[in-house]
Ligand binder design. Structure first.
Ligand code: UDP
Ligand code: MG
Length: 316
């Protein structure tokens, strides 16, 4: 199969039929063999009924229904583990993305050999204050932290080589950072393509402004995990050991000077009156805790060792 189209959706009953007929039209005209995976992420409207009807009329359609709303990342994950197409294209269900972009995206992945082609809504039709402005900031931060140079990380319209979606683990709210996850997994041929965008025709956006707060927290996690996730001891252990050593020698020095004082016959000076006493104590305690945190991290990695954190390109 040439192509699998993955569509995560939550309460999008009004657009599904049109979306599918447009996907079918462009794929047929381009001569692509394809299937479409609708993932119903716990809709409470008629979305699932519509998917069932579409499926009964059409062998190109697959449907996955979640028992409740788990989130877009989980919806993508469920489809990614099942798709068979050589190229996988994700697309929002709300018709803000244009199915007509599919053939060009497909061509860029197959002929220009990109691992990921990410859509870039250069001209956006969303609210300027609540979406476009914060989104610019958010993308700038994501570029800076991740080193992946995309204008529009969160665009729902993206094309991947099959290998990419099979190698990455989209969890939490990480759908915003799939290109970063992929880059961390070693897929470096990432590019973007300007895509058309239009205002939502039906329904409302499923993400409020809290998306930016979550997005930034996820970005920090991602940065941290990609730097130290595989070796927590290097972060916690190094800091912890250093602190402990400083604390220990300060305490030692305090003890020795106290003994020297006593040998000179001076008794009244309590060691606890010296601020260094508290600094040394805190440093030793914090150092030990950091060290333990790093150690526990290493142990957790050890028990999860079957979790693949490398990606093999070729074996001959
Ligand atoms: N979506 C989903 N699960 C959710 C939230 C959203 O599957 O918990 C789907 C939604 O139906 C749409 C896509 O993710 O197909 C993008 O959502 P939306 O259009 O609301 O986001 P926006 O365009 O405002 O960024
Ligand atoms: Mg949308």
């Amino acid at each position: 199969m040439n192509l699998s189209v993955v569509v995560p959706l939550l309460n999008e009953e009004a657009s599904l039929e049109e979306l599918y007929s447009r996907i079918r039209k462009v794929c047929t005209e381009a001569g692509l063999s394809y299937d479409v995976w609708f993932v119903d992420d716990g809709s409470t409207d008629n979305s699932w009924e519509i998917i069932q009807v579409l499926r009964s009329q059409n062998e190109h359609i697959h449907g996955i229904r979640f028992s409740r709303n788990y989130g877009k990342s989980q919806a993508l994950h469920a489809a990614f583990s099942r798709v068979e197409g050589e190229v996988v294209i994700t697309m929002d269900a709300d018709l803000q993305d244009f199915p007509e972009e599919i053939p060009e995206l497909y061509r860029m992945v197959t002929e220009e050999n990109y691992d990921i082609v990410s859509g870039w809504k250069k001209k956006r039709y969303d609210n300027v204050m609540t979406k476009n402005m914060p989104s610019k900031l958010f993308n700038a931060a994501a570029r800076k932290v991740s080193g992946v140079f995309l204008h529009d990380f969160n665009c729902g319209l993206k094309a991947y080589k099959k290998q990419v979606v099979k190698s990455i683990d989209v969890y939490g709210d990480m759908h915003r950072y799939i290109p970063v996850l992929a880059a961390n997994a070693g897929f470096r041929r990432i590019t973007e393509k300007e895509v058309q965008h239009q205002a939502r025709l039906y329904g409302a956006s499923k993400f409020g402004t809290e998306r930016f707060i979550r997005g930034f927290l996820d970005l920090i996690t991602l940065w941290f995990v990609s730097r130290f996730g595989g070796r927590p001891m290097h972060f916690f252990g190094a800091g912890g050991t250093l602190m402990f050593i400083v604390g220990f020698f300060s305490a030692l020095w305090l003890g020795i000077s106290k003994l020297m004082e006593m040998s000179k016959g001076v008794y009244g000076n309590l060691i606890a009156r010296n601020p260094w006493f508290y600094i040394a104590l805190t440093m030793m305690l914090m150092g030990t805790m950091l060290f333990i945190a790093g150690f526990l991290g290493e142990m957790i990695i050890r028990t999860n060792r079957e979790h693949k954190n490398y990606h093999i390109d070729q074996i001959i």
